[in-house]
Ligand binder design. Sequence first.
Ligand code: IMP
Ligand code: MG
Length: 401
Amino acid sequence: MLVSHRRDQFIEFVKNLLKPGFTLDAMEATAANTWRHVEELIEEHRAIEETRGGGRSRLGENVPTVGTFHTSLPLAAAWATFDARYRVSRRRFVAPTFNEIREILNLAQVKAFASAPGLRFVSFDGDCTLYRDGRNFDDVVLAGQILGLLAAGVCVALVTAAGYGYDASKYEKRIEGLLRVFDDERAPSDVLRRFYVCGGECNYLLQLDRDARGRAALASREAIWDVTFDEAAATALLDVAEASLRQSVDDLNMARANVVRKKRAVGLYFNDRSDARREALDEAVLRAQNALRDRDCAVPYCAFNGGADVWVDIGNKSEGVDGFQRLLNVPKAACLHVGDQFLVTGNDHASRASCPCLWITNPDETKRVLTDVLDVLDDANYPAPPSPRSRAGAAKPPPAP
Ligand code: IMP
Ligand code: MG
């Protein structure tokens, strides 16, 4: 099986549409029309998806892997903003790149939140999105932006593959720098309570609040989290995944790799990250995905390359985001997931099925997109949000310890 697992077919499609205008040195005259055309193709695709079974869209014909667009995308407006910032249309030697198209799609997605239902919930991936890979949160500016979202009434969650069960201290360690800013800024309790952590992709829900000493601290919300899986099916899935990973270790000569089994995951990692080779990790992921696809598993899962390790988790970020939508009573179109892993070997990819997404490449870019998001929230004037689901005791403070 030869798959272009390092490519995104939709972005490649747009890149190819822009190419003739660039080659003819006519971007200033043609690019806006090209983006308007893509905007129309997306609208047509959305309309056909809504009617279910109403045939294949032109976009679907051209990009068989294209997913769901949960909102319209004002691409022509996003292009105009981006081009005014970076003068892409003036370039004669460097054609619009994959990353620029990714950024324009992000900007269009952010602009879409200017219209109702607006933005009510943002989930962030952890590694490479809020902090550097394998490190802890350490950015005061980014913390201030997250506080800005919370203060604007938006619920925010860290939705990470990192699965430490309900051991709150381990997640608190990863986001210590964020919690410190919340404390320093004396964020009110109702603002803090809009912040959640969902560990193990979708398996463990925790919520922020003030502890007995008045500090921002995470508390388990296992009692109100409805994302659960059949134990026997989960064990059977992890057995298949573990066998596949061990086979990859042997076949690909990853002699220094460790295979670890957790309650909700099986992973392959190296004590020294520099022993990890990207190609071998991708191969191990695709083999695991293939083995699991053959078994027709009864529980959702996620097999991904984490950069220096491979994991197969029970559940995925789509389940996690869906869980928040039920908990907080927000529609898909009012949610946003920000992450760095949107290739088929990545673990943010699954969230596309559940909500609009921004594909960023590092925490600095997260800050850049959040500047745009906060601008849109400042300007927005849409109706008041629906109240959280009544059984969401999550909105109430926990009983005093
Ligand atoms: P994310 O980018 O925040 O989703 O985190 C992904 C990283 O979390 C992986 O690359 C691993 O290094 C780490 N991790 C820790 N525990 C787990 C687990 O149980 N499953 C998957 N990844 C884990
Ligand atoms: Mg990540």
